[in-house]
Design a protein around this ligand. Structure first.
Ligand SMILES: Nc1ncnc2c1ncn2[C@@H]1O[C@H](COP(=O)(O)OP(=O)(O)OP(=O)(O)O)[C@@H](O)[C@H]1O
Ligand SMILES: [Mg+2]
Length: 265
């Protein structure tokens, strides 16, 4: 299958300056693409340029063979791009069921809502089991699953998941990664940002490393897991001696690029 999403030369940032300096990235349909990189590299910023929260200064974002660069977040939602942000986004005082229903707030077709609810209940048993519980009473992992379940109410084509396993215990993390696998089995496409690079790449067909505002290295999830330099820098192998950037350019990394690297969780 071809690319469902492609970013071409995307330059974007905030008042303080540019964060993305020409990002090229393709996300194939029905696959998980995992984006990793140091803290502050701009991974969340990439997701924001896809969901429309941030407009690029230049470059294009294409989705489903359409240039969506100038479309609003609402128009992108309607096309099936759903963003699950890094922070918790459920309404804690509302029930699990109402939170899931809120996912369909822009859907007017009642038959579609009923059929999507049936899909949610089948794919995510917790939604039925804890339907009357206040979302805020669920564990962090359970809340993340409900957040993902809620996206299904929009019948998403592309789900943007920003650090879904952050702060979770190992069992919850496994549940989240299993859920991500299920999403692609159900024909959804996932662009995943993960601090837990090993688990993220393991679940991904395609991986990309964002460094210095550009995608420095891409490959299959497995090939990146097997790459000794990626292992050194991102997977908690022995101390790094170089950066992905320096391998591409032959220039030694600045101390900053090493000190900014993440410790594995
Ligand atoms: N709303 C904002 N306003 C101003 N600067 C921002 C904003 N959001 C992010 N930044 C800055 O942009 C840079 C990239 O941030 P971003 O959140 O995209 O990085 P990240 O790779 O997701 O990092 P992390 O791994 O810590 O989540 C950082 O320097 C950050 O401080
Ligand atoms: Mg982030």
């Amino acid at each position: 299958m071809g690319a469902l999403l492609s970013l071409d030369g995307v330059v974007a940032g905030y008042n303080q300056g540019l964060v993305l300096k020409g990002v090229n990235l393709s996300v194939d349909a029905s696959e998980v693409t995992c984006l990793i990189g140091p803290n502050g590299a701009g991974k969340s910023t990439v997701l924001k340029t896809v969901s429309g929260l941030l407009k690029p200064i230049s470059g294009t974002v294409c989705f489903d063979s359409e240039d969506i660069t100038s479309l609003s977040t609402h128009e992108r939602l309607r096309r099936g791009i759903v963003h699950v942000p890094q922070d918790r986004s459920l309404f804690p005082a509302m029930t699990v069921w109402d939170n899931v229903l809120m996912g369909a707030h822009i859907v007017r077709d009642h038959a579609a809502i009923r059929s999507r609810l049936a899909t949610v209940v089948e794919m995510f048993p917790i939604v039925e089991r804890r339907r009357q519980a206040h979302a805020g009473s669920l564990s962090g992992g359970e809340q993340k699953i409900v957040e993902i379940a809620r996206t299904m109410m929009l019948d998403p084509k592309l789900i943007l998941l920003d650090e879904p396993s952050i702060g979770l215990d190992p069992r919850s993390r496994r549940l989240v990664f299993d859920t991500i696998r299920e999403l692609t089995k159900a024909g959804r496409t996932v662009l995943l940002v993960e601090q837990n690079a090993r688990s993220g790449l393991a679940v991904a067909q395609h991986g990309a490393i964002l460094e210095g505002g550009v995608v420095k290295l891409e490959g299959t999830g497995l090939s990146l897991l097997d790459d000794p330099l990626v292992a050194q820098l991102y997977l908690g192998a022995v101390a790094p001696t170089t950066s992905v950037a320096s391998r591409a350019t032959g220039v030694l990394p600045s101390p900053n690029s090493i000190s900014a690297l993440k410790e594995p969780q």
